[in-house]
Design a protein around this ligand. Structure first.
Ligand code: F6P
Length: 360
């Protein structure tokens, strides 16, 4: 009998719910159906860069209980581009050859990379340079990877944001307040538009649609005149001020993150119409916790399909979700198409049809 085929799997970029469910599905399919070995690479590409490479043997018994757990058992990072990797002495070093060497040292025949478009671009570059057999699975709560309707993590994030709106509803109504929920999504408004509709928001602000404070205040006023003393506003973190300024925070390490648009809006609404306003910044709560049933379903489908692509020798491909089907597309095509919210799409039209104010 020949040697067992050995594949690697890694998670890269920010964590989210559903990553462990993907890992579990990959192991079930690869070991259960094909009899392959699966090595879980630790801390994204850093596990391959390290000497000796850092990995865990993933067997069915080890992944059995992973279906409902948040985060990633493999660890991950959204820092440290391997082509300009920050070294302890403060210099930047190209560590790509170390990663490629790690792949061959472990005897991998293929690698499954789970990540967003940034991670995929890096993994693809490594694959091209080192002749690595790469299959990609899209993950990001931002849901901004091209071509796929769903990336892993998005559905759970929407559920969490919707639940937050449901909860804020009661306080808003009890105190006759404007409650603002600031959600993640980086430059895309997918979480806000989906959770906003599902959670019954009165105002949804997303980066794809310019808004005015006056329009937002008028909506709140109109509601008050109709006897509705409270309003729920959901805003994406990347929405700018009315004059187009980005609101970000930079920490002592110089890392810059979105954050603060909710408070800006609260101050403007309070100044504009005197409404008592409170802000909730949902933050990383959106990335944690138990994956939703839809998340688990897509994770299972992606995991199985990615392993099947390897079995067929089809590489440089990403699995996508389109019309309730898994369809594989070239990674290059997916990362070339940034997926923002379509201002003329179904969700925006639905929101407008419900009378939700989009700020324009
Ligand atoms: O890309 C996922 C995401 O959660 C964004 O929505 C958010 O802007 C960012 O990552 C936060 O990054 P970090 O975990 O590094 O603070």
């Amino acid at each position: 009998m020949g040697e067992r085929k050995r594949i690697g799997i890694l998670t890269s970029g920010g964590d989210c719910a559903g990553l462990n469910a993907v890992i579990r599905a990959v192991v079930y399919r690869a070991t259960g159906s094909y009899g392959w070995e699966v090595l879980g690479i630790r801390q994204a590409t850093q596990g391959l860069m390290t000497q000796p490479p850092q990995f865990i043997n993933l067997e069915i018994e080890k992944v059995d209980s992973l279906l409902t757990t948040g985060g990633t058992v493999l660890g991950t990072t959204n820092k440290g581009d391997p082509f300009a990797f920050p070294m302890p002495d403060g210099t930047l070093c190209d560590r790509s050859t170390d990663i490629i060497a790690g792949y061959y040292q472990l005897g991998l025949e293929a690698l499954i990379g789970i990540g967003g478009d940034g991670s995929m671009a890096i993994l693809r570059r490594l694959a091209k340079q080192g002749n690595l057999n790469l299959v990609a699975i899209p993950k990001t709560i931002d849901n901004d990877v091209g071509i796929t309707e769903h990336s892993i993590g998005f559905d759970t994030a929407v559920n969490i944001a919707t639940e937050a709106l449901d909860r804020l509803h009661f306080t808003a109504a009890s105190h006759s307040r404007v409650m603002i929920l600031e959600v993640m999504g980086r430059d895309a408004g997918h979480i806000a538009i989906s959770a906003g509709i599902a959670g019954g928001a009165d105002v949804i602000l997303i980066p794809e649609i310019p808004y005015t404070i006056d329009r937002v205040c008028r909506k709140i006023k109109e509601r008050q005149e109709q006897g509705k003393s409270y309003s729920l506003v959901i805003v994406s973190e990347a929405v700018r001020t009315e004059v187009g300024e980005q609101i970000t925070n930079t920490n002592r390490l110089g890392q810059c993150r979105y954050g603060g648009i909710g408070q800006y809006l609260a101050d403007e609404i309070c100044t504009g119409i005197g409404a008592e306003t409170r802000v909730t910044v949902l933050g990383h709560i959106q990335r944690g916790g138990t994956p939703s049933p839809l998340e688990r379903l897509i994770a299972a489908a992606f995991g199985v399909a990615a392993v099947d692509l390897i079995a067929e020798g089809k590489y440089d491909q990403m699995v996508t979700w389109q019309n309730r089907q898994v369809v594989n597309v070239p990674i290059a095509e997916a990362i070339a198409q940034y997926r923002a919210v379509d201002p003329d799409g179904t969700l925006v039209r639905t929101a407008r049809g419900l009378g939700i104010c989009l700020g324009d």
